[in-house]
Design a protein around this ligand. Sequence first.
Ligand SMILES: [Zn+2]
Length: 420
Amino acid sequence: MYDSVLTNVRFLEDKNRYSIGMIDGKISVITKENINGIQNYDAEGDFILPAFVEMHTHLDTALTAGDPAFSQSGTLFEGIQIWQERKKLVTEEDVISRATIALRMLIEHGVLHVRAAVDISQPTLDSLKALLKVRESFKDLIDLQIIAFPQDGLISCPENRERLEKALLMGADAASAVPHLETTRENGIASLDYCFSLAKVHQKFVHVFCDEVDDGHSRFIEAVADLTIKYSMEGLVTASHANAMAYYSDAYSQKIFSLINKAKLTIVSCPLISSVTQGRFDSSPKGRGITRVKELHESGVSVCIAHDDIRSPFYPFGNGNILQAAHMASHLAHMTGEKEVLDIIQMITENGAKAFGIASDYGIEEGNSASFITVPADDIMDLFSRQLKSRYVFKNGRLIVSTPPSKSVWYVEQKRNVGD
Ligand SMILES: [Zn+2]
C-alpha cells in the first residue's frame, strides 16, 4: 500500500496514462497498472512535470506597483527612481507580508524553487532580514535561494561593499553586482571582481545582473565569464538579462557563446519585464528586449526563463504564473515550433534545477523526491496557450495546494451552421 497514489497522469512526449505511487515522500513507482494508496488523487489526464524553477524574482519589491506611483515611461530607470522612494518605507513586516502573498501565488502556479534578489542598499538590511525569516517559514514548502543584490552599485555606493559581505554572513546564498549601472566600464569591472572575490571566500553562488541595457557597447558578460574561469567557479555563476547581447554583431556573439559555454554560465532571461523596460529609447523599429535566447540555447548554453517582478515599480503586471513568461519567451525568441516549445519548458524546469544545485533529485523518476505538479492541457501547445494553474502541487509526497480547472457553462444553444 502506498501513502499516496496519483492516477491518470501523462508525460509530455508520451500518450499513455500512468499512476504514481508515493512512499515516505519519494516516488516509489511509476506504472500503467492500477494501484491504490491511503490517499488517492485523479489527475484526469493532466501532464505531470517536475515543479517549476523561478530563477529570478524580487519578493521585496513585489506587490508595490502604484505605491507611491506607477511608472509612466516604463523604463528601468524610472522603475529604479520610484523604488528609491518606496524603499524608504520598507520594514520587515511590510516585506514579510508581501513576500508571503507573492510566494503563495508562485506555488499555486507550480513553482517550488525560487531564487529571489533582495536589495541590500539599505543601512538596516530590513528586506534581507525579512526574507531570511520568510525562507525559514516556507522551508517545508519551497526552496528559496536569496541573492544579495546591491541595486545602487558596489562602487557607486561604497557602503554596499560592506553590506554585501554582511548579507553573505547573515545567510544570503548568492552575491550579486550590477556592472552596467556603475559609472564607467572600469568601475563595472571592479564591482564584478569584488563580487566574485567575496563569493569565493564565503563559498556562495554568484548571480550578476548583467548588461540590462539596449546598448551593444555594454559587454560585461565577457568579464563575468572570464572571472568565473579565473576564480574556478564554473557552474556556480548565473547572469541575468544580458539584453545588450541582442545588439552584438554575430561575429562577437560567437566568441561570447563559446566563452559562456567554457565558463558554464547560466543565462536567465526575463521576457515579461524586459519586453516592457527595454527598447524604450528606440523610435522605430523597437527592440524586442530580450537576449539571444534561441541562439544561446542552440550553442549549448543553459538558458532559463524567469517571471521576474510581480507588480512592482518595474513591471505593473504578473501573478506568479511562470508559464506567462515561457509563453512570452516563445514569441520574442521566435521559438514557436513544437520542439522549441518543449525546449522552453526545459528552461523553466531542468536548466533551473542545474543552477539551483538540485539536479540529482529533480525529475519524475522512481527514487526521486515526490515533488511535482500536474497541469491540465490537451497537448504542449494547449499548455502554453491556456497557462492554467497547477491542478495538484506535491512537495515530498504531500499535496500542498490544488486548483481544479474552471469550466464555462453555456446557457444558449448554438446552431450547427451559422445562418440556418
Ligand atoms: Zn529582476
